[in-house]
Design a protein. Structure first.
Length: 189
């Protein structure tokens, strides 16, 4: 597995090796041993999936607050996304900074997003199917987010507001300056 740091060192791009022949390919998308050997010790307890019919479907920016904070390992099995992670750990030298990466079925890359980061993605193709592992269980009471197009964050999603498909919930999320982060740098969330 190829593991690459992003501009935010805690966010990593993991690309499993693919072994191909005339039939297609085989890939080990996650291995506890490989991850632990790389210093990435996560106990994933839940798998989630989403299917987005339209290109430009935007999901995020979401988080799960402690005690149900989640690290995520995100991959795409059909289509492509632009995935975004935003550091929102109070006291972090990178607070409010974000990284993005194209994750697709074709490139086989995955993005590892630790606890204490907002997460969102926009689909770059129709019928995009996303799978991700989480290291904690979902809790409706701990579910939250920040609006995707907050000018203070300045994320370039590659789509204008009239081009994105949003849920009602995501349209009503607060701006970063109107929100209090439940995450503290260094506490492991």
């Amino acid at each position: 597995m190829d593991i690459v740091e992003t501009a935010l060192a805690e966010v990593k791009i993991l690309t499993p090796r693919r072994f191909g022949d005339q039939r297609g390919f085989f890939s080990e998308s996650w291995s506890r041993r490989v991850m632990a050997d790389a210093g990435l010790d996560f106990d994933f307890v839940q798998d989630n999936e989403s299917l987005s019919a339209a290109m430009g479907t935007l999901r995020g920016l979401h988080y799960q607050a402690p005690p149900f904070a989640q690290a995520k390992l995100v991959r795409v099995v059909r289509g492509a996304i632009m995935d975004v992670a935003v550091d929102v750990r109070v006291g972090s030298p990178d607070y409010g900074r974000w990284v993005k990466a194209e994750i697709s079925a074709e490139n086989g890359a995955q993005i590892l997003i630790p606890r204490g980061f907002l997460h969102g993605f926009v689909t770059l193709a129709e019928d995009t199917h996303v799978l991700y592992k989480a290291d904690n269980f979902y809790s409706a009471e701990c579910d939250g987010g920040v609006v995707w197009d907050d000018v203070d964050l300045g994320i370039d999603w590659g789509f204008s507001p009239d081009e994105v498909v949003l849920s009602d919930k995501d349209q009503r999320l607060p701006k970063l300056t109107k929100w209090t982060s439940p995450f503290v740098y260094g506490d492991g969330a």
